[in-house]
Design a protein around this ligand. Structure first.
Ligand code: CAA
Length: 293
């Protein structure tokens, strides 16, 4: 079934080389997905070689693990390893026809990243952002061709979660939207088209859940009580487990964005900011099992 609002597939542009900006965990996870599913060259970049190498190491380790689990053959593992490269030179993005970023969630940083990328790619390359709650239109404010920018929002863990939010700005053209939808299908994901509003759909709803859970703690109920109380609802993870999965800094940022947009409907949480600095909510044993707070 054609997703609501999806333009004609025939308008989609071919994706023959992918550029990934940001080599953090989420970017590395989707870089692996692009190479595995599209089978095209994928080049990743970050601020320095150390970060690029860390991203490449993650991808190569995951390819080795897929091989060990016999999900891919030795030949395919070799092919995937050869298709993924890292660089600190954006000139290597010149022949990318799809570039996606997952850099720090700060509007100015993302605007500058895209303004810079545009100097290196062709006028027809599609640009995508994995922002979790910033305005995609504003992210493209410095672009000469904002019509080729689209939101392409993955969820953690990327390999497992089936959804991608494709965020259409008032400027996104049909060829770009169609390319995003066809690309999402090629990644074996379910894509939905959402409006360019704070948190899109999923994070808007999650921010309520996470915000209310943190607010209960801020109001004086201990973490462990809030955590236990929500377990009978049968969610795959409690809000606190989810916060650790997406990263406390990202989680705090998502709540801040919602509070800024809708101050009467979303809380700010001092405890969440403190935890983001502290780096964790749960104590865990060597195998990652929760042992306390
Ligand atoms: N990273 C990568 N893969 C992971 C993973 C992780 N952190 N955790 C689990 N997996 C994989 C496992 O390797 C396993 O894959 P295989 O079958 O290929 O081996 C698969 O997921 C299932 O794992 P398990 O059986 O061990 O675990 P589970 O049944 O407890 O499910 C889960 C794990 C899928 C993560 C489940 O707990 C879940 O769905 N949690 C909720 C996740 C969620 O809501 N994500 C959205 C977050 S919001 C967001 O990301 C948006 C944003 O912008 C901030």
């Amino acid at each position: 079934k054609k997703p609501a609002g999806a333009p004609d597939k025939a308008l989609a542009k071919p994706v023959t080389k992918v550029g990934v900006i940001g080599a953090g965990l989420m970017a590395s996870q989707f870089a692996l997905l692009f190479v595995r599913r599209l089978k095209v060259p994928v080049v990743i970049t970050d601020l320095d070689q150390g970060r690029v190498d860390k991203g490449l190491d993650y991808i190569r380790t995951e390819i080795a693990s897929l091989l060990e689990k016999k999900r891919i053959s030795p030949d395919e593992a070799n092919r995937l390893n050869a298709l993924v490269t890292g660089t600190t030179d954006k000139a290597d993005f010149a022949d990318c026809d799809w570039v996606i970023e997952a850099v720090f969630e700060e509007l100015g940083v993302k605007q500058d990243v895209f303004a810079d990328v545009e100097k290196h790619v062709s006028d027809t390359a599609v640009l995508a952002t994995n922002t979790s709650s910033l305005s995609v239109e504003q992210i493209g404010a410095k672009l000469a061709h904002p019509e080729r920018l689209v939101g392409f929002h993955f969820f953690n863990p990327v390999a497992v979660m089936p959804l991608i939010e494709v965020v259409k700005t008032p400027k996104t053209d049909d060829a770009t939207l169609s390319t995003a939808m066809v690309t999402a299908a090629a990644l074996y994901k379910n894509a939905v088209i959402t409006a360019d509003t704070p948190g899109f759909v999923v994070n808007r709803i999650l921010a309520k859940l996470l915000g209310e859970a943190m607010h209960a703690v801020d109001s004086g109920t201990p973490f462990e009580v809030v955590n236990e109380s929500i377990k009978p609802f049968g969610l795959p993870m409690t809000p606190f487990e989810l916060l650790e999965l997406v990263g406390l800094t990202v989680g705090a940022h998502v709540l801040d964005t919602h509070h800024a947009a809708f101050p009467d409907r979303f809380f700010e949480s001092e405890n969440l900011h403190r935890l983001a600095e502290h780096g964790k909510i749960f104590d865990r044993d060597g195998k990652g099992r929760i042992t306390g707070f």
